[in-house]
Design a protein around this ligand. Structure first.
Ligand code: NAI
Ligand code: SF4
Length: 428
């Protein structure tokens, strides 16, 4: 169960120590976003700061985009600041929809002021007059908490004259969270991704420079500016910088969101959730949501960091740790992911529209026991085409977890079924 948002808010504000989160007990080693965040004190303290100093602080902290793609935040802010043109807009991408990802929901429900403050700082740096929080349509509680926080910020004079923030509820659909589809939706057109470049930093909403950051990134900006980049760097473990909200789900005893130091081994994140259900071993885990490949349980000591998980053959993505216990049918999980991407393909480009359907059909036929030698090769070729020719990330990764697992989990009986090597009747 998710921790109650009021409780998380108290931790974020530093008013209460986080409770023991593991079955074995013991406090979390790091107080999430430690220290008392007096609402909007950071924006006040940095009121007259040189925008370049703000960018420098983010650079020194080493902050990378926490929506999944890890683009350096300081560079994005610097590019948008340097871009010419109008209108100039700051957008918080709160259309969190990656399967397994629910960290932003908690931050928005519990501490929307951190996000608003980050947007105010972004607006000052890029010279924006308008801000938009683009919210996932199912996030009703977040809608209420954001509306209340916006009213509070206006009451304090932080928003209103010069810069204000509008709450925009997404019309709905996974692809509408892709940053350029989001821009199309805001411009009242069908929500389909645009070709990049140009990037929104230069040509964004209504053609003007647009700073688009994820919820957690903006909350981290406020935290870094409140405590300083050295403090942020010191929160990591094993040479990694900062804190990361990780949503843990799948076969764990207590799924939930944990704020962990970067560099925390995956194993510890699972232990914080009470371990694996029924005391089983870990067959596989996906560290970053549906677009990152599954890794075997033998890699549980990998530190949570972009670099380490990339080197391991997957990625940290959004920090959505999905755990699959031994005894579970991994092929079922992989098929469910592939069907998700097929269903959510917006259909704008042919490779993704046709290829995602074809890929699922091939894998389903193999999994159903219609043994087709060569299905693994066909899926690999199809994935290669999608990865090279799809215009957005969805098509580029739609078949990746399946294709990757065909090799990495080649000894797993359920995956052998997907490879078309084992007829259904003889598979366990
Ligand atoms: P991307 O790598 O194309 O871009 C990342 C960010 O950096 C974007 O804001 C982009 O505009 C900016 N950027 C990249 N190169 C730039 C340049 N040269 N100049 C200026 N700006 C530049 O990745 P994309 O497609 O935006 O995001 C993909 C990721 O999103 C995936 O890795 C996945 O993990 C994540 N994702 C997250 C979801 C969620 O619910 N949080 C949902 C779906 C995907
Ligand atoms: Fe749409 Fe898929 Fe093309 Fe992305 S890759 S624009 S989701 S059809």
């Amino acid at each position: 169960a998710l921790p109650a948002p009021e409780r998380l808010s108290a931790w974020l504000d530093g008013g209460e120590r986080p409770p023991a989160a593991t079955a074995a007990g013991g406090p979390l080693p790091t107080d999430p976003y430690a220290g008392r965040h007096e609402h909007y004190a950071t924006a006040a303290r940095w009121q007259d700061a040189d925008p370049e100093a703000v960018i420098r602080a983010l650079d020194e902290a080493g902050l990378q985009g926490l929506g999944g793609a890890a683009f350096p935040t300081a560079r994005k802010w610097a590019f948008t600041r340097a871009a010419q043109g109008a209108p100039r807009t700051v957008i918080c991408n709160a259309d969190e929809s990656e399967p397994g990802t629910f960290k932003d929901r908690l931050i928005l429900e519990a501490a929307p002021h951190l996000v608003i403050e980050g947007m105010v700082m972004g607006a000052r740096v890029i010279g924006a007059g308008h801000g938009i929080i683009y919210l996932r349509h199912e996030y009703q509680r977040a809608r209420e908490s954001i509306a209340a926080a916006l009213a509070d910020a206006r009451g304090r004079g932080l928003l209103g004259e010069g810069f204000d923030i509008e709450l925009f509820v997404s019309p709905g659909g996974y692809i509408l969270g892709e940053e350029t589809a989001l821009l199309e939706a805001l411009e009242d057109r069908r929500g389909e991704p645009r070709n990049k470049p140009p990037f929104p930093t230069n040509v964004g909403l209504h053609g003007g420079p647009t700073l688009i950051n994820n919820v957690e990134t903006l909350a981290a900006v406020t935290t870094i500016l409140a405590h300083g980049p050295e403090w942020w760097r010191a929160q990591g473990r094993g040479g990694y910088s900062g804190l990361k909200y990780v949503s843990v789900s799948g076969d764990v005893v207590t799924p939930g969101v944990h704020c962990l130091p970067w560099g925390t081994p995956v194993r510890e994140a699972i232990e914080r959730c009470g371990g694996v259900m029924e005391g089983r071993g870990v067959l596989a885990f996906s560290p970053g949501g549906a677009s990152t490949p599954f890794l075997p349980g033998s890699l549980l000591d990998t530190p949570l960091a972009f670099e380490t998980l990339r080197e391991a053959g997957s990625g940290l993505g959004t920090g959505a740790l999905v755990v699959v216990a031994e005894g579970r049918d991994l092929a079922d999980v992989l098929l469910a992911q592939a069907r998700f991407f097929r269903n959510e393909s917006c259909g704008k480009c042919v490779p993704c529209r046709v290829g995602s359907r074809k890929g699922v059909a091939l894998a389903e036929a193999a999994a159903a026991g219609e043994v087709a030698p060569g299905v693994a090769e066909a899926l690999r070729t199809l994935h290669g085409t999608l990865a090279r020719t799809s215009i957005c990330g969805l098509g580029q990764v739609a078949l990746l977890p399946v294709v990757d697992a065909l090799e990495r989990f080649a000894d797993e009986p359920s995956v052998q079924r997907l490879r078309g090597e084992v007829p259904w009747a003889t598979s366990p």
